[in-house]
Design a protein around this ligand. Structure first.
Ligand SMILES: [Fe+2]
Length: 420
């Protein structure tokens, strides 16, 4: 294992292709995840909030327990509860939830899930498990032609790992850790946006794609930034049940509005105080920068600075789509090329990520994922970061929102804190 003379980890920003717009991600060497000192962890923590995605190679030996302890250390006050909860009879991950088939819980470490593709006879106390990677044929409203099935793919769902319902007990996790246990290698695919722009991206098979919420915010116009800073997003109750029949946009950035969401009266019992209304922008606790952090598939309403509420779901989605789409342009996407033993720690409150790729049934992919519901909601734009190292520079953006109420918004007229 690489190490410095001081025994401290070495953090090296990732090298991105020339001309790319990427400014996040770092590799870390010289760190022993099984025996983290406070001093070493502090280096990791600062690196995480600075670079958003940390890649640590050759970590196949890390146990589920050590993975959980590492994850928990980023939010030591958090209850030891998987980010979506584990009770499959509950409304958060009930049998109707879109997440239900994808979650296999490690029996001796229930905060750690196994995800992937294909049949696995035995792993960490789980036996005869069938893992299922999504496929565009069932996930998106439109599909890739069968003739391109193995060569082309799409982003499935750009998202934050979060329950988004359940009050502060289900606050969005601070980090997610992913360990690549088994990775089918060799193929690459073309990830197509299919939205009329011609955008596409060459990606490794089964990549996880990341974009920066900070970049997404920085690319907005000043008017859009003011709108984003003062708007709150109301998420649907039981969002993963609510959205279970709806289809993804071809870009994976939210859902197509076809009226397929489950009617509220058919959802499990809704407790109003568990509905989450969160700021559209979340402040980095170390750098003080603002990230545009919205889970576009789970949004239901927007609460504007003037007190009005955008109720129309299609309009809500169009507004958020216009804000987010520039930030997933091909030159803004980091598509991680997984190798077995890779441990990736990502800042779940400063990035969006998406599963990508279409596997053959025989291609076995096995990953361990861990995140823990946050101990409190993310900081809103008006709240104080613990240590401001960098001030977000305001830049002129490239997309205008077509909503007549937006240009007239009064900036700062509403408290943009944590919703009850
Ligand atoms: Fe995820």
């Amino acid at each position: 294992m690489a190490s410095t003379t001081t025994g401290m980890p070495v953090v090296t920003p990732l090298t991105h292709p020339e001309g790319s717009n990427l400014d996040f991600g770092a590799s870390v060497t010289g760190v022993d995840i099984e025996n983290l000192t406070d001093q070493t962890f502090d280096v990791l923590r600062t690196a995480l909030f600075t670079h958003q995605v940390l890649v640590i190679k050759n970590q196949s030996h890390v146990t589920p327990k050590a993975q959980y302890e590492l994850t928990q250390r980023f939010d030591p006050l958090a209850a030891p509860l998987y980010g979506h909860g584990n009770d499959k009879s509950s409304a958060s991950v009930g049998s109707k939830s879109i997440l239900h088939p994808d979650l296999k819980t490690i029996p001796h470490q229930p905060q750690v899930q196994v995800i992937g593709n294909g049949f696995v006879p035995s792993y960490e106390g789980l036996t005869n498990i069938q893992l299922r990677h999504p496929h565009h044929r069932t996930f998106h409203a439109t599909s890739i032609p069968d003739s391109h099935d193995l060569t082309h793919t799409r982003f499935y769902r750009w998202h934050i790992d979060a329950a988004l319902y359940g009050g502060v007990a289900r606050a969005p996790p601070v980090v997610t850790t992913l360990l690549a246990v088994k990775v089918p290698k060799g193929r690459r695919q073309t990830c197509v946006y299919d939205d009329g722009t011609g955008d596409e991206l060459d990606v490794p098979l089964g990549t996880t794609a990341f974009v920066s919420g900070y970049k997404m915010y920085d690319m907005l116009s000043e008017t859009q930034k003011a709108f984003a800073r003062t708007t709150k997003v109301e998420y649907a109750p039981h969002p993963y049940v609510w959205m279970s029949s709806a289809k993804s946009r071809s870009t994976g950035l939210g859902l197509v509005s076809e009226g397929k969401e489950m009617p509220l009266e058919e959802l499990p019992v809704i407790e109003q105080d568990k509905i989450q209304i969160l700021p559209m922008c979340w402040k980095n606790p170390v750098t003080g920068k603002l990230a545009l952090q919205v889970h576009p598939s789970a949004i239901r309403r927007l609460h504007l600075a003037d007190g009005s509420v955008v109720e129309d779901l299609e309009q809500v989605r169009e507004i958020v789509y216009c804000l987010q789409r520039p930030g997933i342009a091909p030159d803004c996407v980091y598509a991680h090329d997984w190798e077995e033993g890779d441990l990736v720690i990502f800042h779940n409150r400063g990035t969006l990520h998406s599963v990508v790729g279409a596997f053959a049934e025989t291609e076995v992919r096995l990953f361990r994922q861990c995140n823990i519901a946050g101990s409190e909601f993310p900081l809103g734009p008006e709240e104080e970061a613990e240590e401001v190292m960098v001030h977000a520079e305001q830049e002129e953006g490239i997309v205008e929102i077509k909503d007549e109420r937006i240009p007239g918004l009064t900036v700062g007229a509403v408290e943009v804190g944590v919703a009850a």
